[in-house]
Design a protein around this ligand. Structure first.
Ligand code: DGL
Length: 268
């Protein structure tokens, strides 16, 4: 048994979708969450900048002696994971592999769609991840940069979201994919709109959820928390702790339980 915390980071609020999935499946785990709200968005930045940010985010989490680092951010998982794994001794995992594994398993017609931030789609990370598992699957990708601001402004299921969904995803829908990876932390909050648009025959893959399902395998059963452990969650941000506390509940689908503290990430 190991009651050290699991460290989770994202560019902002979005990674709370991962915290939600982990807490549902592993209620005894302690979690340290860092949302880099002062430097977001990551999805439009260069690989070099994202690697620099990811390294400081991980140094902050390691200052809390976490037993595992989860890169909940689709963008940082896409461009920084391998560098971070080389740089740090503590185990670091991203969300891409788990999502690709689930998508390949769900796909029956040989066609998968992937949506994500501009940097994620440009990186080709999901394309490679799927090809590594099954090189016969056709992958259709699309960057959807307006989805993040829509979610952050509460447009989960509004007319404007439906119009933009049509604009972004029509091409992918027309390819008759039967599986769609929601390759950005914010997109699971648009699952209703996207799901209705794609139709009931299309399986939506939430990468955080898939990673949470694999967690005991990743950690190893000896490294899971004691079943008597209460499972606390501490939240840290690099800016606007009040805004995080207010909007965070939407991502967690429960009130943020505990104080949100602001830290100076430039020190790490
Ligand atoms: N967290 C980012 C991701 O999952 C989306 C928000 C951003 O661009 O920073 O790709």
């Amino acid at each position: 048994m190991n009651n050290s915390s699991i460290g989770v980071f994202d560019s902002g609020l979005g990674g709370l979708t991962a915290v939600k999935s982990i807490r549902e499946r592993f209620p005894h785990e302690n979690i340290i969450y860092f949302g880099d709200t002062g430097r977001l968005p990551y999805g439009t930045k260069t690989d070099e900048t994202i690697k620099k940010y990811a390294a400081s985010d991980i140094r902050f989490l390691l200052s809390h002696n976490v037993k595992l680092v989860i890169i909940a951010c689709g963008t940082a998982s896409s461009v920084a994971l391998e560098d971070m794994q080389r740089q740090f001794d503590t185990q670091v995992v991203g969300v891409v592999e788990a999502a690709c594994t689930a998508a390949v398993k769900a796909c029956k017609n040989g066609r998968i769609g992937v949506i994500g931030t501009s940097t994620t789609i440009k990186s080709g990370s999901y394309l490679r991840g799927i090809a590594d598992l099954n090189s016969h699957i056709e992958v259709y990708s699309k960057a959807c940069p307006l989805f993040v601001p829509l979610v952050e402004n509460g447009h989960f299921d509004s007319e404007v979201t439906r119009i933009i969904t049509d604009e972004y995803i029509r091409e992918i829908r027309d390819k008759d994919v039967d599986t769609l990876i929601l390759g950005c932390t914010h997109y699971p909050l648009l699952a209703k709109t996207i799901g209705e648009y794609m139709g009931s025959g299309v399986t939506l893959i939430n990468p955080s959820e898939e990673l949470a399902k694999m967690l005991s395998g990743i950690l190893g059963s000896d490294n899971l928390a004691d079943s008597a452990n209460a499972g606390r969650c501490e939240y840290y941000v690099s800016d606007d702790e009040k805004g995080f506390a207010e909007l965070g509940g939407v991502f967690l689908q429960r009130k943020i339980d505990g104080q949100v503290r602001k830290i100076d990430i430039e020190k790490y």
